[in-house]
Design a protein around this ligand. Structure first.
Ligand code: NDP
Ligand code: MG
Length: 348
């Protein structure tokens, strides 16, 4: 017997787009998410005003896309939904500017819960606070919408002052195309903590350290950097694509029996109890706010540690080897079309 998950997923039929018919939405920021939300909302018939700082480099793009542009403060004053789509680290400062424009019954709408969850933004009690977070970068949110396809998303209500917060968030999700694919209901806390943990322990942090550790282990043992690059980084995509399509099972089914047996017995040697304990520590720092405090202070200090780590990552050997090999692969792919077997020339 399988347990049905109790996750609620909302689709187009659950949302009433008409709710936004006489609403002005202020979209603050015209970056990855901002340009997609603004254009999708406008194409869905919603009145949109984009809020950008005076000297914004995005102003021309927004205007070229047929959108009205104002300052964040002006945009918020005429809107009843203010969608905060500037980077998380600058949201508190931008919010300070727009807070005086929020009226009872207005909505502050987010695509990530960080600033609300960690108390960096504290909206007035009579303002709805919602989240519609597409699970995808903005260019795909826009591209899918134009192709009559959807982008899966998350929906959460932090504060329902009006009694209409969820219905309105669903309408917003529909207008940007998310309910076409499905929208999962969550909370600000769950979205924020799982998002941070996932990117730290598994997606961004975990995978890069795993790749580098594997690469270094092979190179230190005398194998060629090129081979190490292919085995530990390049092939990652093939494996991840299979898991994306059909879960772990499709990946195990597709690799050789030797790879399957080796993986099933040796994976847990690498990600052992100690690694799992470390994951728990990473989760704890997310839950108790230590990570958030560290990142907020790092930003206040001008990001010295961040810059230094970025630089170190860029200068890792694997990046140099990879750049060289990816160039060769572009060449190899081009000649495949002429039915030639591409030979990768030895470099040294
Ligand atoms: P971007 O970094 O793409 O935002 C850039 C926009 O913010 C630009 O219009 C820029 O304007 C403006 N901006 C930057 N700094 C300032 C500032 N100091 N004052 C005023 N405006 C500023 O953001 P994202 O779209 O990546 O993120 C927006 C939100 O969406 C975040 O909460 C993020 O967590 C969330 N999110 C992002 C996803 C993604 O894939 N990117 C996925 C899901 C959620 P200018 O042209 O003037 O520089
Ligand atoms: Mg207003």
């Amino acid at each position: 017997m399988t347990d049905e998950p109790d996750t609620t997923i909302y689709y187009d039929d659950d949302a009433d787009e008409e709710r936004l018919a006489n609403t002005t939405v202020a979209v603050l920021g015209y970056g990855s998410q901002g340009h997609a939300h603004a254009q999708n909302l406008a194409d869905s018939g919603v009145d949109v005003v984009v809020g950008l700082r005076e000297d914004s480099s995005s102003r021309d793009a927004a205007e070229a896309d047929g959108l009205r542009v104002a300052t964040p403060k002006e945009a918020a004053s005429e809107a009843s939904i203010v969608s905060v789509l500037v980077p998380d680290t600058v949201q508190p400062a931008v919010y300070d500017d727009v807070e005086p424009e929020l009226e009872p019954g207005d909505t502050l709408q987010f695509a990530h819960g960080f600033n609300i969850h960690y108390g960096q933004i504290e909206p007035p009690e009579d303002v709805d606070v919602t989240m519609v977070a597409p699970k995808s970068p903005g260019h795909l949110v826009r591209r899918n919408y134009e192709a009559d396809e959807g982008t899966p998303g998350l929906l959460a209500v932090y504060r329902d002052a009006s009694g209409e917060a969820k219905a309105e968030a669903l309408a917003y999700a529909k207008a940007i195309g998310c309910t076409r694919a499905g929208v999962v209901e969550t909370t600000f806390r769950e979205e924020t903590e799982t998002d941070l943990f996932g990117e730290q322990a598994v997606l961004c942090g975990g995978i890069t350290e795993l790749i580098k550790a594997g690469y270094e282990t092979l190179v230190d043992a005398g194998y060629s950097p090129e081979m190490a690059y292919f085995e530990c980084l390049n092939e990652m995509k093939l494996i991840v694509d299979l898991m994306y399509e059909g879960g772990l099972g499709e990946m195990w089914d597709s690799v050789s029996d030797t790879a399957e047996y080796g993986g099933l017995t040796r994976g847990e040697v690498v990600v052992d109890d100690h690694a799992r304990e470390n994951m728990e520590r990473v989760l704890e720092a997310v839950q108790n706010g230590d990570f958030a405090r560290e990142w907020i202070l790092e930003n206040q200090a001008g990001r010295p540690g961040y810059r230094q780590r970025r630089q170190a990552e860029k200068s890792h050997d694997i990046e140099e080897v990879g750049e060289k090999l990816r160039d060769l692969f572009a060449w190899a792919e081009a000649s495949e079309s002429s039915e030639e077997k591409a030979e990768v020339p030895a470099d040294d």
